[in-house]
Ligand binder design. Structure first.
Ligand SMILES: [Zn+2]
Length: 340
């Protein structure tokens, strides 16, 4: 009796194991099939400040994104760094340059951008109350955000976007002072870039949040430096070693260099995108970068040069700019990905 029971149990386990393996291989085949057949494009742009001249344009009903509209239209997903707080309340924080935009600017941003990084040295310019108010406005306008939240845990949580069969995780970190903008267990604020935490967040994006593609958007480096520094290069490698598929950066207000590490792109600084506070000609040029995903990695990336006018309003250019493809494995110069 006991032997028969054991045999029956063994048979049940064997059948269950076989079924489970059939189901999981069918699932893997479906998801691989989706990933090999469908591609996905993402566009990232640098610092956007919606107060000052851009805010004035919007106040009189003009669209400051008009000159770069086609860049956003060319991609499946569009991501930017929102280098200001968007709120009505808050107290000005004692620091150099405080940017606060009116919430009426957000319908314009929502038209072009799917998600923003709020991990930077300006999103806290009017304190945690204004920061928190901004999160509500972003939610109301269906603009995703990452790199900040109502508490520390939310600030480190990836923003997940599902599109074309991909599950993409976006993370954002600031490492430029003041650190007082950092979220705490109870207070709203940004995610600060502590190496071990960044690596853990990247690993969690895959294991806990089941992301296929993980992209950290960094706020780092030194203003006006035309090349990345040792700190940026070391952290970029750590992030890729932890599982990032691409690293995108900003803050220096100028374009910096790019590289591939383990076949994964690092775009150290996109420079400015929409800002009227500019000190020199380099600050009036920025990059939009377009990543093309196929299978489970970035197959190609391409930059397009943006020229900001004297009011900091962006326009596309037709200049050649840096690009790379996995197939060729070399960086070269390409025509813009959208016509001027
Ligand atoms: Zn900055």
């Amino acid at each position: 009796m006991q032997a028969r029971f054991k045999r029956a149990t063994f048979f049940c386990i064997a059948v269950a194991t076989l079924l489970a393996s059939l189901i999981s291989s069918a699932h893997a085949a479906t998801s691989n099939q989706i990933k090999s057949e469908k591609s996905l494009s993402l566009v990232f742009v640098g610092d956007i400040v919606l107060d000052g001249k851009a805010g004035e344009h919007i106040q009189r009903g003009a669209d400051p994104f008009k000159g770069v509209k086609r860049i956003f239209e060319s991609a499946d997903l569009r991501i930017a760094n929102l280098e200001c707080v968007v709120a009505l309340q808050g107290e000005v924080v004692d620091k150099n340059f405080n940017f606060r935009a009116h919430p009426r600017t957000l319908p314009y941003l929502a038209k072009y951008v799917d998600a923003v990084s709020i991990a930077n040295n300006h999103s806290g310019d009017f304190g945690p109350k204004a920061f928190s108010e901004m999160l509500t406005h972003l939610q109301q306008h269906q603009i995703g955000f990452f790199g900040g939240g109502n508490d520390l845990q939310q600030a480190h949580k990836p923003f997940i976007i599902e599109k074309n069969g991909y599950r993409i995780a976006l993370l954002g970190y600031n490492e430029f002072m003041p650190r007082s903008f950092e979220a705490t267990a109870k207070d709203a604020g940004v995610a600060w870039s502590e190496d071990e935490q960044v690596a853990a967040d990247i690993r969690d994006a895959r294991s806990v949040y089941s992301a296929d593609i993980v992209i950290p958007f960094m706020h780092w480096g030194w203003e006006n430096e035309l090349r990345s520094g040792p700190r940026q290069r070391a952290l970029a490698r750590k992030m890729i070693d932890a599982g990032a598929d691409a690293v995108i950066g900003g803050h220096p207000h100028v374009i910096q260099d790019t590289e591939e590490y383990k076949g994964k792109p690092i775009i150290y600084s996109l420079g400015n995108f929409m800002i009227d506070a500019m000190d020199n000609a380099n600050q009036a040029r920025g990059w939009a970068v377009r990543l093309e995903l196929k299978g489970t990695s970035v197959q190609r990336w391409q930059t397009q040069l943006i020229q900001l006018d004297e009011e900091g309003i962006p326009n596309s250019t037709d200049e050649l700019s840096a690009c790379w493809s996995k197939e060729k494995g070399l960086q070269t110069q390409c025509k813009p990905f959208v016509a001027k």
